[in-house]
Write a protein that binds this ligand. Structure first.
Ligand code: MTE
Length: 316
C-alpha cells in the first residue's frame, strides 16, 4: 500500500492560495520569453522560440467567458509541476526545462508511427485562442486565454486505427532536466489519457501558448492539454509522446491513489473528494469563493459523453 505523503493539492485552500499573491516572477518570465524571441532567427533548431511570431492568435469567439482572464502574474506564480517540485512556486525551477528542440512521438494504433518536430505540428494544425475555465482538484479555479489547436485536429492528423479506444499522453522523461523525476515515490513519467469520444469533443484543446505568447515553461511548454470540464490534473504538461491504445491508460495520479484521483475526474460540486468538499472553489488571485459548477460549467458540451457510463466513477 502507498505511504501517505501530503501532496500539494491536499493543502487546505485557505492555507495555499494567499501564497500565490506573495511572489511575482512575472518580470523574470517576461524577460526569458523576450530573450527567446530575439534570439529565435539565429537558432535554426529552436522550435518553441521560433513560433513566437505566431502569437497572439485570433480568439475563437465560440469559446469565451464573461468573467475575463485570471491575471497572468497570479497564474504563473501558483502552479503544479511536480517534475520541478511539490511547491506551488516552481516557476524558477521550471526554467531548467528545455523546449528547444522538441519532438512529439505518435505511436500505438496509428497507421504510421512517427516523430514530429513541435514547430511542424504547429504549422500543420494552426493556432487559435480560447478563453477557458480551469478547476484544480485542490479547490482553486482560474480562467486562462490558451492558444493552441483542437485535440480533434491532432487525432485526425495522427490517423488512429479503428481499434484505438483511448488517447494516452506522456510528459518527457529526463531526471537531469527535471529533478523531481529523481523521486522514486512517483510513477514517472507523468501520464494521462482520455477516451476517443472525449478527445474528439470540441472542447478538448492542445495548448501551445497562453496570454498571447508561447507557453511559459512553468505552464508546460511547449505543448500541454486543456480539458476544462475535468479536474486540472488531467491537463498534462510538456507532452512528448501521444499513443493510441485499446486499454484504459494507467494514469499518473490513479497509480498513486485511484480512489482520490480517478481516470474520469469530471468536475462535480455534489461529489466530494474523499477528504474535502468540492461544492465551492477559490478564485486564484482574489481568493473569492464561488460555487463549483457541474462539469466546471461545460455540461451542455460534454454531459452526453457519459450517457453510457453510468456505473463508472465519473467524478473522481
Ligand atoms: N503535468 C505534469 N507533467 N506535471 C504536473 O505536475 N500537474 C497537473 C497539471 N498537469 C502536472 C501536470 C495539475 S495537478 C494541475 S492543477 C495543472 O497541471 C496545473 O497547471 P498550471 O500550473 O498551469 O496551473
Amino acid at each position: 500500500m502507498l505511504i501517505r505523503r501530503l501532496k500539494g493539492w491536499e493543502l487546505p485552500e485557505r492555507e495555499a492560495t494567499p501564497e500565490a499573491l506573495m511572489f511575482n516572477r512575472r518580470a523574470v518570465l517576461a524577460g526569458g520569453l523576450a530573450a527567446g524571441a530575439i534570439a529565435s532567427p539565429l537558432l535554426s533548431r529552436s522550435a518553441w522560440a521560433d513560433t513566437a511570431g505566431l502569437y497572439p492568435a485570433k480568439r475563437n469567439a465560440a469559446f469565451t467567458i464573461a468573467s475575463g482572464p485570471t491575471p497572468e502574474a497570479d497564474n504563473t506564480n501558483y502552479n503544479n509541476f511536480y517534475e520541478y517540485g511539490t511547491s506551488k512556486h516552481v516557476a524558477a525551477a521550471a526554467e531548467a526545462l528545455k523546449p528547444d528542440p522538441w519532438t512529439v512521438s505518435f505511436d500505438g494504433l496509428v497507421d504510421t508511427p512517427r516523430k514530429v518536430a513541435f514547430e511542424d505540428l504547429v504549422k500543420a494544425l494552426g493556432l487559435e485562442e480560447r478563453l477557458y475555465r480551469h478547476r484544480c482538484v485542490e479547490g482553486w479555479a482560474m480562467t486562462v486565454p490558451w492558444t493552441g489547436f483542437p485535440l480533434k485536429a491532432l487525432v485526425d492528423y495522427a490517423k488512429p486505427q479503428s481499434g484505438a479506444k483511448y488517447v494516452q499522453f506522456e510528459t518527457f522523461m529526463d531526471p537531469k532536466m527535471a529533478p523531481g523525476q529523481k523521486s522514486f515515490f512517483y510513477p514517472w513519467p507523468y501520464l494521462e489519457g482520455v477516451s476517443m469520444a472525449e478527445a474528439t469533443n470540441d472542447l478538448a484543446f492542445m495548448v501551445t501558448g497562453a496570454y498571447g505568447k508561447p507557453l511559459p515553461k512553468v505552464m508546460g511548454a511547449p505543448l500541454r492539454l486543456a480539458l476544462p470540464w475535468k479536474y486540472g490534473f488531467k491537463s498534462i504538461k510538456s507532452i512528448s509522446r501521444i499513443s493510441f491504445v485499446a486499454e484504459r491508460p494507467k494514469t499518473f495520479w490513479a497509480q498513486l491513489n485511484a480512489d482520490e484521483y480517478g481516470f474520469w475526474a469530471n468536475v462535480n460540486p455534489a461529489v466530494p473528494h474523499p477528504r474535502w468538499s468540492q461544492s465551492s472553489e477559490a478564485v486564484l488571485g482574489t481568493n473569492d469563493r464561488q460555487p463549483t459548477q457541474l462539469f466546471n460549467g461545460y455540461a451542455a458540451q460534454v454531459a452526453s459523453l457519459y450517457d453510457g457510463l453510468k456505473g463508472e466513477s465519473l467524478y473522481m
